[in-house]
Design a protein around this ligand. Sequence first.
Ligand code: MRU
Length: 319
Amino acid sequence: MKTMEWKDNKLILIDQTKLPDELAYFTCNTYRDVIVAIKTMVVRGAPAIGVAAAFAMALAYLRDENLEKVANEIKSSRPTAINLFWAVDRVLASNNPVEEALTMYEEDIETNLAIGRYGSEIILDGDVILTHCNAGALACVDYGTALGVVRSAFHQGKDINVVCDETRPLGQGARLSVWEMQKENIPVKLIPDVASGYLMQQGKIDKVIIGADRVANDGIANKIGSLMVALAAKRFHVPFYVAAPLSTFDFDISIYSTEIEERGPEEVTHYGGSRICPKGTEVINPAFDIVPSDLIAGIISEKGIINPEKFKEFFQKLI
Ligand code: MRU
């Protein structure tokens, strides 16, 4: 299942706001359509946002737009996932934006397959794996990062069960991760966000695997709620893994300087279209939080599993 397709010089996206009830598509004829899709979360998830942004640059190039100006507009669509900035800069530096975006599209799939292969090595027969938000095929071009690890282990014949946090306020776990798992008959159960600590205390979770919007030397940024899951995992000795491509890594910053997106109040005041609190209630709605390195057992990348406390050694070996 591909989250996006480049066809006849247009970008066609699965409209993730309509899932799980309807598999609808959103066609982008211009780079501005892609910006709308990113802002409204028709397309979301760090790697998917990155590749969609690359195609936005390609659309602008085909219409002879000023690419420097367009790059800045695209970069202002969502602030937290570093893949967006990485992708726009990579296309800007290339000679042929369309070719470059298509290369990034293919690379994303290869990268996720490699993450899946490395990650599956830590998955044991009988494991129950908790995941938060959606770091699946829908968050990438295909296959997924955290759910790519799950897919890989499942296709190797391992007997695994997945537990998805619902991921309030927008329900990426309930709407998207559960949908993806059910489509492939991977055993899955949905829990309210508030239940993960209890399940870990009861010894009912063997591993946590989540994705990331940014990875730095001192931690990662991911969907709001990741920090609470990581704290509970540490307390109850459940290994907490992060699956992310190297394009999500940013070693120039402390993770605490990441801009955390603040989204609109209606995501919190309303549920399924109905208001769930008194009219006029003030809201705080950060979309991401930060998990410090000491809570992370390993980062599963396309080059292997990295101990977050030993980043430098790992990258020195790669050079
Ligand atoms: O707000 P979203 O849905 O774009 O947030 C997505 C996440 O936080 C994902 O876990 C993250 O981008 C990793 S996706 C492989």
